[in-house]
Design a protein around this ligand. Sequence first.
Ligand SMILES: [Zn+2]
Ligand SMILES: [Zn+2]
Length: 242
Amino acid sequence: MIMAVEKLIEFGKDILFPRRCPVCDDVLEFRRGLICAKCRNKIKPLKAPFCAVCGQPVRNMEAELCDLCSLGIHEFDKARAAVIYNDAAARVVLDMKNNNKRENADFMASCILERLGRDIINFRPDGIVPVPAAENVLAERGFNQAEIIALKISKYLHIPLYNSYVKRLKAAKQQKSLDLKGRRKNLKKSFIIQKNDVKLKRVILVDDVYTTGCTADELTSVLKSKGADSVMSVTFAAGVPR
Ligand SMILES: [Zn+2]
Ligand SMILES: [Zn+2]
């Protein structure tokens, strides 16, 4: 019954506020998907060959691991992304963050579910943890995009969401301007576990974009220090071949 009411509300919402394409912003045809026909091909699934650990595209078909992962640098067990971070994917991500287009989370979550739903289930997680936004970012933006995406995945796959399990302190510096070493240093001690009564063994981290994996690594070490044994990072998009 509740489900039916929810559906009705969703239905009404779509009529009052027609959905827009997350890439070009054109109004979408009613109930005809979450992206327009023109932009559908601009979003590229991240397909093999990719690194078995970090999930980043690799150029060499034969390579099982990328150069960085062959050095064994990551704390997380594996990372997977649904699509390539190209201009179209960037538009989806940045419009949500900077222009408050929260509905873009529906498209991102649907890409993750379609491409990675099976991997997530096979990982047998006991919880989903969205990568928290730093306190100052959260105060300014008013929402954490990772949390909105994670909520949709959690609901769809019936995996519990732990959205206030970890807190992220204000970042010392903008990550973008730093190299790998700098990013790691900058992230040290930035995550704090807020609930000591929660025990998670197998955790799925959800975020919008995977860049160097430093954030997932730092969060993983905090989770593992509290008893987690396996952590998989899942994102909507990830970088370029290397
Ligand atoms: Zn479009
Ligand atoms: Zn790798």
